[in-house]
Design a protein around this ligand. Sequence first.
Ligand code: UGA
Length: 433
Amino acid sequence: MKLSVFGCGYLGAVHAAAMASLGHEVVGIDPDATKIAKLSAGQTPFFEPGLPEILASSLGSGRLTFTTDPAAAAGADVHFIGVGTPQRRDGAGADMTYVNQAVADLLPHLRPGALVVGKSTVPVGTAARLAATVAPTGARLAWNPEFLREGFAIKDTIEPDRLVYGVAPDTKDEDTAILDAVYAAAIGAGTPRIVTDYATAELVKVAANSFLATKISFINAMAEIAEVTGADVTQLADAIGHDARIGRRFLNAGVGFGGGCLPKDIRAFTARAEELGRGESVAFLKQVDEINLRRRQHVVDLVVSSFGGQVFGHRVAVLGLAFKPDSDDIRDSPALDVAVRLKGLGAEVISHDPEAMDNARRMHPQLAYADTVDAALDGAEAVVVVTEWKQYRQLDPRETAAKVARPVIFDGRNVLDPAAWRAEGWTYTGMGR
Ligand code: UGA
């Protein structure tokens, strides 16, 4: 099929490359000329394992092109909207500028029978509004939320764990058939598919992210209780996680969730529910947010108290800046936040991250960035692990002790073995354990 993808960020670029790798003819469209030039040359504008390979093969096959010109969408049967919906600058709601702009750019190039497919995470009600905008062209609209995780984006796109189609009731069969043709490989592999209305499809996405955020804040709330009782939240998570109704995944306590999705999605959902007069239904998401943000300050407080209440002038190695491993994404990153807060208190912060340092440096030039983990550790009076990259999880306590000035470590992701570190003379502090 001939597809266009509006937006070439984390979502759109992956979707475009993955769809081309499945045999579709795809044009990726984005107004950012620098991004388009990079992608056209086979360079990924962000770190995503597997994306360079799939990009190279799809570009090489001739089935994938990138352009800044929305007119290139004219020949496509299906037009995906995969632009960002960040948090508004002036409030908690979603900024719809990019979605609205993408649809406006696409509108003159739509032909009767074409299908516009929204993938962006949007406030419920958006699809119905955009369907009305698109209708005069004779094209139709569907909402098909995306559930990909950064770091696993290619696999999640090609082998999703479910497909959700929000379609207009009177064209349900035609629109479902078009989307089934796009996702023929996943459908053929037996992927569960839910065909529903616009509102349900939009809500599925925010409900899923709200549930995940709540699960993380739940275990972090338990960590807070563990911290005043001497209990171990990691063992608690293992124990409750054996209950299949609860499950162990997303029960890792630590510095909390960040990234371009969970934090802004729970805030946008809260704002939308308030607009709908149902603010009380999701009022708990404000607490989910508050618990989450408290975790960042908690780590900072622990570091400060290890210096007797004054971190000014002390050298602190912060390991990790990305919001999670296998990503260079620093949007709403707890790790970066911890580094910035410590720096704000006058600490001499030396940061390291295998992939996110360029992004962090652009946003926070006041931090010092070490080229290697060893350089970050050199002379450190405290070490703070805030993103669980493999190379930090594998640090050897004895070798690490030889590099630092003071063997004090804070395990912000509970990924180190406390006994092994303590046995080498370290003062180890985990999160709620
Ligand atoms: C999230 C969802 O998991 C995806 O399903 C969704 O498609 C995506 O948002 C989106 O809306 O686009 P992502 O932001 O890539 O994906 O990251 P997650 O893997 O969900 O992790 C989010 C944050 O939670 C990270 O900061 C991670 O460190 C933290 N986390 C995760 C915990 O603190 N504890 C856990 O147990 C799990």
